[in-house]
Design a binder for this molecule. Structure first.
Ligand code: IPE
Ligand code: IPE
Ligand code: MG
Length: 255
């Protein structure tokens, strides 16, 4: 679907100057979509699109960290993505492993704390091991929490949360009980949800947590997503009035 984002006509510098650093989203969540279409347009195999997507991942992390966004969550592989051809899944897992090994030093240097959410036990053992190592090695990072959603499904997360509830009486269950049993209960809910490649859907991402997230969709394919698009999404977000169901901006509301 073609979307119009007039802000994206501006340059990165112009947009950066428009970002209000005192009202940054605390948590940005991104549905990184369009690697396959990016590759197809160039008559490349899909996996080359995923490889190009890694460059955009690096750029997005750097931009958010430099701005001072404390939480960034990237949707890297969904539960439904297990339906893809084995070759593509194998390629993606290989890229993920390379990424986790290759970026570890830089994450440590830059104070990035890596976390992962999803049914991680579905991941191949070698990928899981590298993920655990990088997560443990970066656990003390204080600059930004980078969360990768891997083998992640929003409905699966809710099911897993409900299963882990230890309540005697169903009548006693409240929203906070569910929230406390999500995969990353200590992270704030996303304020801003970004999706690339023009698709106007959620695709089972963070269903519980995005209840009041502001949504920004851009036409660019994920490999072409750069600092300019991060700034445009934030400027757009900062122009919205978040009401949280009330009639005026809620007292203490962010953004
Ligand atoms: C997103 O790109 C990356 C993953 C889902 C792993 P796609 O692979 O979905 O790219 P399109 O949607 O086919 O263009
Ligand atoms: C969502 O993209 C999942 C990720 C970005 C990892 P998809 O390409 O899998 O979503 P659909 O199939 O277009 O809904
Ligand atoms: Mg897709």
């Amino acid at each position: 679907m073609e979307i119009t984002n007039p802000l994206e006509e501006l340059s990165a510098d112009e947009l950066l100057a428009m970002v209000d650093r005192d009202r940054l989203p605390r948590h940005i969540a991104v549905i990184m979509d369009g690697n396959g279409r990016w590759a197809k347009e160039r008559k490349f195999p899909r996996i080359r699109g995923h490889r190009a997507g890694i460059k955009a991942v690096r750029g997005c992390i750097t931009t958010c960290r430099e701005l001072g966004v404390p939480y960034l969550t990237l949707y890297a592989f969904s539960m439904e993505n297990w339906k893809r051809p084995e070759r593509e899944i194998k390629g993606l897992m290989k890229l993920l492993k390379e990424y986790l090994i290759g970026e570890r030093e830089e994450m440590l240097e830059k104070g990035i704390r890596l976390r992962a959410i999803g049914r991680l036990d579905y991941l191949p053992e070698d990928v899981r091991a590298v993920l655990d190592e990088t997560r443990d090695a970066t656990a003390k990072g204080t600059e930004m929490t980078l969360t990768l959603a891997l083998s992640y499904g929003g409905r699966a997360e809710i099911v897993d949360a409900v299963k882990s509830l230890r309540v005697g009486n169903l009548e006693d269950i409240g929203e906070e009980d569910i929230s406390e049993h999500m995969y990353a209960p200590d992270h704030p809910d996303p304020d801003l949800l970004v999706r690339t490649s023009g698709e106007m859907r959620i695709s089972n991402f963070l269903l519980w947590e995005i209840a009041y997230a502001e949504i920004y969709v851009t036409n660019v394919y994920w490999p072409d997503f750069d600092a300019k698009h991060v700034y445009a999404a934030i400027v757009d977000y900062q122009r919205r009035e978040r009401r949280f169901g009330g009639v005026t901006p809620a007292v203490g509301a962010r953004g």
